[in-house]
Design a protein around this ligand. Sequence first.
Ligand SMILES: [Fe+2]
Length: 383
Amino acid sequence: MTEATQILAKKFGSTRLKTEMLVAPLSVEDFVVQPVPFVSPPKWHLAHSTWFFEEFILKNIEGYKIYNPEFNYLFNSYYNNVGQRIARDKRGTLTRPSVEEIMVYRRHVSESLLAAINNKKLSENDLSVLELGINHEQQHQELLLTDIKYILGSQPFDPIYGNFEEYSDEGDAVWIKLNEGVYEIGYEGSEFHFDNETNRHKSYLNDFEIRTSLVTNEEYLEFIKSGGYQDFNLWHDEGWTWLDENKITRPLYWKDNLREYYTLEGKKDIHLKAPVTHVNFFEASAYATWCGCRLPTEQEWETACEQFEWGRRWEWTASAYQPYPGYKKIEGAIGEYNGKFMVNQQVLRGGSIATAPGHSRTTYRNFFHSQYRWQYTGIRLAR
Ligand SMILES: [Fe+2]
């Protein structure tokens, strides 16, 4: 076995373990509910991230017997190439298989995969899909945390998940200036990256300034108190409709006293110097407009990012999620991973406190629909 394969096998084991540690504080009831369609039950995440390894690697290995053929229907997320599946908003109706059965399924797949690695049964392509599967499970670890927060945050009495410090002081607001010119962005190299980060290409930028620190709760509170949520001139039309229909007056998880919010450590006083969090693209844009600024484009963000710290919050950009020049969708099911989502979503850059360590990079492109705010999202300003 090569050293690279050994490292990959080790990373596989630790990633699988980390997922299980994340759900350790949950009660069995917490594993099953789906309070809104975009939140998946923790049990489903545990099974789906396992199914990924079975479907895309183990199934192709001679002699491997599919653990349970019914799981393809239950735990396929969105791969049309792989067949029919349960509707996304029905994941929370599954009381079977039980959590215990899913844990046995996880162990079975982990052990089978490690045995396949040890017996040199994985091709070069299998090894690259294994690396993708590890990164996929890390993405689900972040979703697990944000979904757990949504599930527990929907309970009337703010239950505590455990020790997970979400808020810390943001640095002073300093503006840095970049001169107009042609800059290169996008991934180039031989380390793991997603297909949406390529190709590296040139981009012309006008003079711009970008802030080194994120917008804080204190700053955002000023926006709320000055009537930001009541002034339609600050909002996109879709944002105003969203706000109006859902009676939105503050970030997700903030209590109506504007002094407290729900965190994974339970209810806490709002940490004023910490980055405002759980705002969507509409809110981020309205805030930027209110203070005479704008959101950076992803090209500006990537060009400037070496000059500031990032990784505390996913930062909304003004850029629509689109393929880079020369982007080619991979053939087959794996091609469904990123390419088919390149419409009607905004790019987020950086990373968050819920992102697996080492998972994100300067070229990493996250993407969500404009109205979502249950991820650890924040605001960086440009002008
Ligand atoms: Fe997935």
